[in-house]
Design a protein around this ligand. Structure first.
Ligand SMILES: Nc1nc2c(ncn2[C@@H]2O[C@H](COP(=O)(O)OP(=O)(O)OP(=O)(O)O)[C@@H](O)[C@H]2O)c(=O)[nH]1
Ligand SMILES: [Mg+2]
Length: 356
């Protein structure tokens, strides 16, 4: 199977799930956006045209560790070779595997680069860089999907992932984003496994200024989801975001619990399912990949959120995830501030990674 048909095959999962409504069209249904101050560490808010550049700089900063372990090493490697030979490709494979691109993806990626080098009659090692960049961009572009809100009223987003992956933080950031777009948000504290989990979500709800529905610790998480949807309806909210546990006594219990929450949401929403965001921690490298596989067996994951890209040199995992799972990467986390949750835009991401 050739490279492009492999990519297409991997992209099938995402083609099946056409987003019902793009976030923007929901956001624009006749509401005037309210301005909410973004309280991140920077003192001034950039103007609209500067904002893009500011975002790009921030993205570059966030990816600094991956860039230095990955692209910087590739640059060193390419400049140390006078000609393109098999040794160069082998070293390239080594760098990619060490950056957590994964063995399968690395081999395919380098095969494709090798083929393109040959087809283009390229002889200068420096010219391998843009070819590699383009090939990575193609992989990532096949596996993205903008965050979409289900057409239901309210739209329900369920957030899943192992403990510590960044679910609650992502929910806080998302709630902030929706609120600043003029949407009414309610959070559901369905991680009832730990009392501290409820408190943590509550802190975010207060900080962002949105409602939250909670029960006692140990309560049935599906009942919390049910109540959050009811409250969302009664309060005419646009979005209900459900936090879930990342850890239970056993994996089987956790998966069963998540499936049950999913069923309750579906029943309440007249057969329409929630947008299910799977949060994975980029710093866990290849582990993130196996987590993603596990969760997508239990729930119908609609998009991935890759967090903590700022804290890792293993950002190459995003390429493995995109290429091997066929699940779209929807959002990335590049820090702990409100606006450090970004839509995953492959061209911007690859540009930030490869930018000198
Ligand atoms: N640097 C960085 N830290 C992050 C990011 N996202 C989350 N974190 C941090 O990761 C830690 C765990 O995040 P949580 O949101 O509590 O994770 P969780 O998945 O809800 O964890 P459990 O509730 O235990 O299942 C917190 O200290 C967050 O501040 C990110 O994108 N970058
Ligand atoms: Mg949590």
């Amino acid at each position: 199977m050739g490279f492009s048909s492999w990519l297409r095959r991997k992209g099938k999962a995402e083609e099946k799930k056409t987003p019902a409504v793009e976030a923007d069209s929901v956001i624009n249904r006749g509401q005037s956006p309210k301005q909410v101050p973004v309280s991140d560490s920077r003192e001034t808010q950039p103007q609209a045209d500067e904002q893009g550049r500011g975002f790009f700089v921030r993205l570059k900063e966030g990816l600094a560790r991956t860039r230095s372990s990955f692209v910087a090493r590739i640059d060193t490697l390419l400049s140390s070779h006078k000609q393109i030979n098999e040794e160069l490709f082998e070293e390239l494979e080594e760098v990619l595997i060490q950056a957590d691109v994964g063995v399968e993806t690395t081999l395919r990626l380098v095969d494709e680069v090798r083929a393109r080098v040959k087809a283009g009659g390229v002889t200068d090692p420096a010219e391998v860089r843009p070819i590699l960049q383009q090939t990575i961009l193609e992989i990532l572009s096949t596996h993205t999907a903008a965050l979409s809100l289900p057409e239901t009223s309210p739209a329900v987003i369920m957030v899943v992932g192992v403990n510590g992956a960044g679910k609650t933080t992502t929910i806080g950031k998302l709630a902030h984003r929706f609120k600043s777009q003029g949407l009414r948000v309610v959070l559901g504290a369905a991680d009832t496994f730990r009392a501290a989990a409820i408190e943590q979500l509550e802190i975010w709800a207060e900080r962002v200024g949105v409602d939250m529905i909670k029960h006692q610790p140990g309560a049935d998480p599906a009942a919390v989801a049910f109540d959050a949807i009811q409250a969302g309806r009664a309060r005419q909210c646009d979005v209900v975001i459900i936090d879930t546990a990342g850890r239970l006594q056993t994996k089987t219990n956790l998966m069963r619990e998540l499936a049950k929450i999913g069923r309750v949401i579906e029943r309440e929403m007249g057969g329409k399912s929630a947008e299910v965001l799977l949060v994975v921690d980029a710093t866990t490298g290849q582990n993130a990949l196996s987590q993603a596989k596990l969760f997508s067996e239990a729930v119908d994951v609609s998009g991935l959120v890759l967090t903590k890209l700022d804290g890792t040199a293993k950002g190459g995992i995003i390429i493995a995830i995109a290429a091997e799972l066929g699940l779209p990467v929807t959002l990335i986390g590049i820090g702990e501030a409100y606006d450090d949750l970004r839509d995953f835009e492959p061209d911007q991401f690859v540009a930030a990674l490869f930018d000198a």
